[in-house]
Design a protein around this ligand. Structure first.
Ligand SMILES: Cc1cc2nc3c(=O)[nH]c(=O)nc-3n(C[C@H](O)[C@H](O)[C@H](O)COP(=O)(O)OP(=O)(O)OC[C@H]3O[C@@H](n4cnc5c(N)ncnc54)[C@H](O)[C@@H]3O)c2cc1C
Length: 537
């Protein structure tokens, strides 16, 4: 059963190995475990629902609670610390497009705010319930989860937008196809959510980000149905799909999505390659990105992340053996950087991409150690999200910050982001463990993904204040370094104040006018992405 106040299935526990505990204790001190607020106490805080009656809308208290948040760290602090104070007034789980239409008409007639809810995995406050006078409806796409069509000749598949990753892949795999979109939240996030947040998957270098996979679909808006036919290509003016990508529920409700699919690959291997230091490893992956070689993923960890990942892996004997081997090959651990690099496709494609990649890595002193580490990573790639639960129980909070910059800015940006995060809790005399990897590399630059771990404070309000200090310092460093405020997590409420730095005043105004055309009353997920044109909220 899905956990109500944390990540994932409540029967799954991801153990933190002994070495991982020691590393955290050494870097930032022993954790401060805090008791969880019971669900009953949170339910008691729920105000009376203001929702007018409708046969498709439930005002059940538990349903209102679980749709009151996403999975961001502030969401967790409010939920687990008993600070959650805004709840939708009702939840609807429509089963047809006609139901969605009826709900939007009802919302229009009764001045109800609508928050489209996919899998609820947002990490940037997309689902936060606004403090407004109007009733708020959480419109869950959970039951719009069917496969509608597979056109294998055109390699297109059409799904209802609420389908989750595993169900979508099961349908496609049965027919010998895959979408290949694997965000770490894959098990719970939905196709509609991926489109609405411009999501990126772990193997997007091979299959494409969601903007390449999203071929068309249907969006129900206050103005009527926006249809996006899946043409193979078109010269007919601006592409309307790009209005929907990243629209974060502000435009309308995506009910149907057409995606580009690929045949299941014969080979899908991930190798680990170690480099003696950051400079060599960064130059190696930059050269690979520029080469045109078809790799499926590159994940380059800096020395701090390499040490952390190996500590979290457990398997102490095998790691000791690895260290001895790397030393013999001239790589000693404190500076070593681990790179996971994947090859997907036919046997021949994967083999030639692998040999091209290793040839590119050789001048940078890369030492390949086979597929054991990479394939273990692949097997556990959705399990590592459960470590958030484990760390919280041990008294630690963990969050991430991500951006993308052009190549000359990569190394200085990492240094600035890590420094800003490490120093952000100085006023509390608290240390922060920070580590970083490049998660997606492009010919023009790279994404940067930093993880930070800090101790829970005495009170949830204090933990939230620490998180705010970290988020502000890190986001400021991202903007100052010339990076986008997000490579993959979207804007929501948490990145909203930084969006103008990259879109500019004209860009923000254009987006505001666009949303105001589709949603003239400002009732679609207000307060997210950009301020509403008329209310400024
Ligand atoms: C552990 C963890 C790991 C993650 N890893 C990744 C990752 O690797 N890559 C990545 O890109 N993201 C990642 N995320 C972030 C998150 O999973 C993505 O943003 C995801 O795309 C959200 O999908 P969802 O279905 O859960 O949407 P929700 O969280 O429910 O909603 C997100 C936004 O989309 C809107 N929305 C959802 N469905 C629709 C619809 N049908 N029509 C209109 N609007 C809609 C909502 O209104 C909201 O504004 C991760 C999150 C977690 C918790």
């Amino acid at each position: 059963m899905q956990r109500w106040n944390g990540w994932g299935d409540d029967s799954i526990h991801q153990e933190l190995p002994r070495k991982g505990r020691h590393l955290l204790a050494e870097y930032i001190g022993n954790g401060h475990p805090r008791p969880d607020h019971p669900m009953e106490a949170l339910l008691a805080r729920e105000p009376e629902s203001r929702m007018p009656q409708h046969p498709l809308i439930s005002v059940d208290a538990r349903l209102r609670l679980v749709h009151a948040h996403g999975q961001s760290l502030p969401d967790w602090v409010r939920m687990r610390g008993g600070m959650l104070d805004r709840f939708p007034d009702g939840v609807a789980k429509p089963t047809t497009r006609q139901d969605v239409d009826a709900l939007l008409q009802f919302a229009g007639a009764r001045n109800i705010v609508v928050i489209p809810y996919g899998g609820g995995t947002s990490v940037v406050g997309h689902l936060a319930v606004p403090a407004l006078e109007k009733p708020v409806l959480s419109l869950s796409l959970e039951r719009l989860n069917r496969l509608l069509d597979i056109d294998t000749a055109s390699r297109l598949a059409t799904f209802e937008a609420g389908i989750r990753g595993p169900d979508l892949e099961a349908h496609l795999n049965q027919k010998g196809f895959t979408l290949g979109h694997y965000p770490q939240s894959f098990e719970y996030s939905t196709l509609g959510g991926w489109v609405a947040t411009r999501s990126s998957g772990q193997q997007s270098s091979h299959y494409g980000r969601i903007e390449q996979l999203f071929a068309g679909g249907e969006v129900l808006t206050s103005r009527g149905l926006l249809q996006l036919p899946p043409y193979p290509a078109s010269g007919a003016g601006p592409d309307l799909r790009h209005l929907v990508l990243g629209s974060e529920g502000r435009l309308g409700v995506l009910t149907k999505v057409v995606v580009r699919i690929s045949p299941l690959p014969e080979k899908d291997d991930i190798y680990a390659v170690f480099f003696p230091d950051w400079d060599n490893s960064q130059q190696a992956v930059q050269a690979l990105a520029a080469s045109g070689t078809r790799f499926s993923m590159v994940r380059l960890s800096n020395p701090a992340e390499t040490a952390t990942n190996l500590a979290l892996a457990g398997h102490e004997r095998e790691i000791a053996w690895l260290n001895r081997y790397l030393k013999l090959r001239g790589i000693s651990r404190p500076e070593a950087c681990m790179c996971l690099v994947g090859f997907t496709g036919s046997r021949q494609q994967a083999a030639s991409a692998k040999s091209e990649t290793f040839a590119i890595f050789r001048p940078f002193k890369g030492v390949a150690v086979g597929t054991a580490i990479g394939n273990a990573w692949k097997q556990n790639r959705f399990r590592s999200a459960y470590l958030r639960n484990t760390l919280w129980d041990l008294g630690y909070a963990v969050d991430t910050l991500e951006t993308a910059v052009t190549w000359p800015k990569v190394t200085p940006a990492i240094a600035a982001i890590e420094r800003s995060l490490r120093e952000a809790l100085n006023p509390w005399d608290e240390r922060v463990h920070v580590f970083t990897h490049l998660s997606h590399v492009y010919p023009t630059g790279s994404s940067i993904y930093s993880t930070f771990v800090f101790r829970l404070a005495q009170t949830p309000a204090e933990t939230l204040a620490r998180w705010r200090a970290l988020k502000q310092a890190g986001s400021r460093a991202v903007v100052d370094a010339g990076g986008t405020i997000t490579h993959q997590h979207g804007i929501g409420t948490d990145h909203k104040q930084y969006l103008a730095a990259e879109k500019g005043a004209v860009g923000i105004a254009a987006l505001q006018h666009l949303f105001s055309y589709f949603d003239p009353d400002g009732r679609m997920n207000p307060g997210k992405l950009v301020p509403d044109l008329s209310s400024g909220f």
